[in-house]
Design a protein around this ligand. Structure first.
Ligand code: DXP
Ligand SMILES: NCC(=O)COP(=O)(O)O
Length: 237
């Protein structure tokens, strides 16, 4: 079974746009769990433009499923994760001013840095995942860091799928097989949607978790959050 972890960044974006507490991030996260999602993901960015660092602390109190915090392991982020102790931390090499995540790690050139960060988190009981492109060399590099899992950066798959090119999934199938052989757990995320998730799931083996935010919240505007979560759960069976 592939777990659905719902990224609630966009709920925080909407809340922050008016300065109050509508929509209520904590209530939405609880509802998402009640609707059947198996995880909550957040990606606090250094400017706190959507998820605030305090949101991570508040969510930790109420999230009953898997709590995944994503981000670039700068000191401020590491301190937060070590304080909050989520189920999983996903390391993403995003620039401070990036609109959204736009690259996976170069796991070869950053090997010793990643080894150190990963061992710090693991020794505090936090599962680790590294955001990587579907590139066998980067997967092999990830295995050398000691990480528990990798998260495949799926934007290229989503873009090719939208153009009608189903061959775009092949690199992900191969990356998944390689990760599995190397003993790495497999997650995936970025630009996954109701349109492209089923084909991805059917073609990418060993998929433990997908984290989905932007499309899922947009789809919910038309179809409703509970309905959309159930649609994803059906496609991930
Ligand atoms: C790692 C990843 O792909 C997601 O965390 C994505 O970057 C969401 O972040 P934003 O909501 O800031 O776009
Ligand atoms: N790790 C990916 C994630 O959390 C959500 O990405 P997106 O669905 O907002 O593109």
């Amino acid at each position: 079974m592939t777990k659905l972890s719902v990224n609630v960044n966009k709920i925080a974006t909407l809340r922050n746009s008016r300065g109050g507490n509508v929509p209520d991030l904590l209530k939405t996260a609880k509802d998402i769990e009640d609707f059947g999602a198996q995880g909550i993901t957040i990606h606090p960015r250094p400017d706190e433009r959507h998820i605030r660092y305090q949101d991570a602390r508040d969510l930790k109190r109420i999230v009953k499923t898997e709590f995944n915090i994503e981000g670039n392991p700068i000191k401020k982020f590491m301190d937060l994760v070590l304080e909050v102790r989520p189920t999983q931390v996903t390391l993403v090499p995003d620039a401070i001013d990036a609109i959204t995540s736009n690259a996976g790690w170069d796991t070869i050139n950053n090997k010793s840095f990643l080894q150190e960060v990963i061992s710090t988190f693991q020794s505090n009981g936090i599962r680790t995942s590294i955001f990587v492109d579907a590139d066998i060399k980067m997967i092999e590099g990830a295995a050398q860091t000691g990480t528990d899992r990798v998260e495949l950066y799926t934007e290229s798959y989503a873009m090719e799928f939208a153009k009608g090119n189903k061959e775009g999934v092949k690199a992900f199938t191969d990356a998944a097989e390689a990760a599995h052989k190397l003993g790495l757990g497999l997650n995936a995320g970025h630009d996954l949607s109701l349109e492209n998730i089923k084909f991805f799931k059917e073609n990418v083996p060993h998929l433990l978790e997908v984290s989905i935010g932007h499309a899922l919240i947009c789809e919910s505007l038309y179809l409703g959050l509970e309905n959309v979560i159930n649609m994803y759960l059906n496609k991930l069976k």
